[in-house]
Design a protein around this ligand. Structure first.
Ligand code: AMP
Ligand code: MN
Ligand code: MN
Length: 321
């Protein structure tokens, strides 16, 4: 796919990512937005996302992000990044109504894509890496490079997860040649936690429970606990990966209450469990080693239902792919 060819003649272009946007979602949307703004100065280009967390303030033109969308507006071209159609945050209707829908994604649960034009590669580390591939080295500048690098760093856990490939590192090498302060970017957007976030992480770790001989660990935060700390979804990033990094853990579950008997579930796996398959079974999706879904019932129901599937996979009684 050639980005500029696809946008040829388009007067209005929209870009949107998934609900609760993460680093890759924001990095890929902003990287593409900055690129199209540079290349197509005459076009009306808008980027739609739920309000990005303050840590993303360092990304160029992050203030341009629209968190509400005029649902009547018919865009000539609309890009859905890092998402399938059902999870587009604030611009789902605009995507559906657009003249041409383009989907760029790396979720295995969205293998076929949801656009008229699709660029989906489940083997890619991140949507930001895919946007890098599409823009090509010639199209970059410092700000675009910084946004895309951030996205790659977040989805690879700073180049640690198995989704990191030689082409990811080649992209990263090219991107840092644009001279932004990557150490600071990683510290401020990936590692740094405010005091509240550190406390809630501590609480989640303290209350975690291991089961299946320590091969699984789970932690659940109730609405009441979240309200006590005044914590929102953006304060809970990273908890599930901390759980996953406990020695001996094959699969980590983190859930928090989002409504009456409703939980947002995050799953992470070390080597053996295909969590995308489990999340997809419960109506969510994601990647083989990192996936999520929303589940109904009490925390105990949710954990029981999930552990059944995890146990089946760990015992080799279930399909892993
Ligand atoms: P999370 O646990 O929310 O950080 O999500 C882990 C990965 O799974 C991310 O790549 C998400 O985009 C993806 N994911 C989370 N929830 C869903 C869902 N309901 N449907 C599809 N993908 C999801
Ligand atoms: Mn994402
Ligand atoms: Mn992603």
């Amino acid at each position: 796919m050639n980005l500029l060819e696809e946008c040829k003649g388009a007067g209005s272009i929209g870009i949107g990512g998934h609900v609760r946007p993460d680093g890759d979602c924001i990095g890929s949307c902003m990287g593409l937005y900055l690129y199209l703004k540079k290349e197509l100065p005459q076009a009306d280009i808008q980027v739609f996302l739920e309000k990005p967390a303050d840590i993303y303030g360092c990304i160029s033109r992050i203030g341009d992000v629209d968190s509400t969308c005029d649902e009547q507006k018919k865009f000539d071209v609309f890009f859905a990044l890092d998402t399938s159609a059902d999870r587009i945050g604030v611009a789902g209707t605009c995507f559906k109504m657009a003249g041409k829908r383009i989907n760029i994604d790396h979720h295995i649960s969205n293998e076929n894509g949801c656009g008229d034009v699709n660029f989906v590669d489940p083997s890619a580390s991140s949507t930001s890496e895919l946007v890098y591939r599409l823009i090509g080295s010639e199209g970059l500048d410092r700000d675009i490079a910084e946004a895309l690098y951030m996205g790659i760093v977040h989805d690879t856990g700073c180049f640690q997860y198995s989704c990191t490939s030689p082409s990811t590192l080649r992209a990263a090498a090219d991107l840092i040649s644009y001279g932004f302060d990557f150490s600071r970017l990683i510290e401020e957007t990936f590692y740094e936690k405010n005091y509240l976030q550190a406390q809630i992480l501590g609480r989640a770790l303290l209350e975690s429970i291991r089961f299946m001989d320590g091969r699984c660990v789970v932690s659940a935060l109730s609405r009441k606990t979240l309200d006590f700390y005044g914590a929102g979804p953006q304060d809970l990033e990273g908890i599930v990966s901390q759980l996953r990094s406990i020695k001996g853990v094959e699969c980590a579950i983190f859930l928090y209450e989002t409504g009456v008997q409703e939980y947002k579930v995050s799953l992470r796996s070390s080597e053996k469990v295909n969590v995308a398959a489990i999340a997809s079974y419960f109506g969510g999706g994601g990647h083989i080693r990192a996936a999520g879904c929303t589940m109904m019932g009490t925390a105990y129901d949710v954990i029981n239902n999930l552990s059944l599937h995890i146990e089946r996979q760990l015992d080799g009684r279930d399909e892993k792919e």
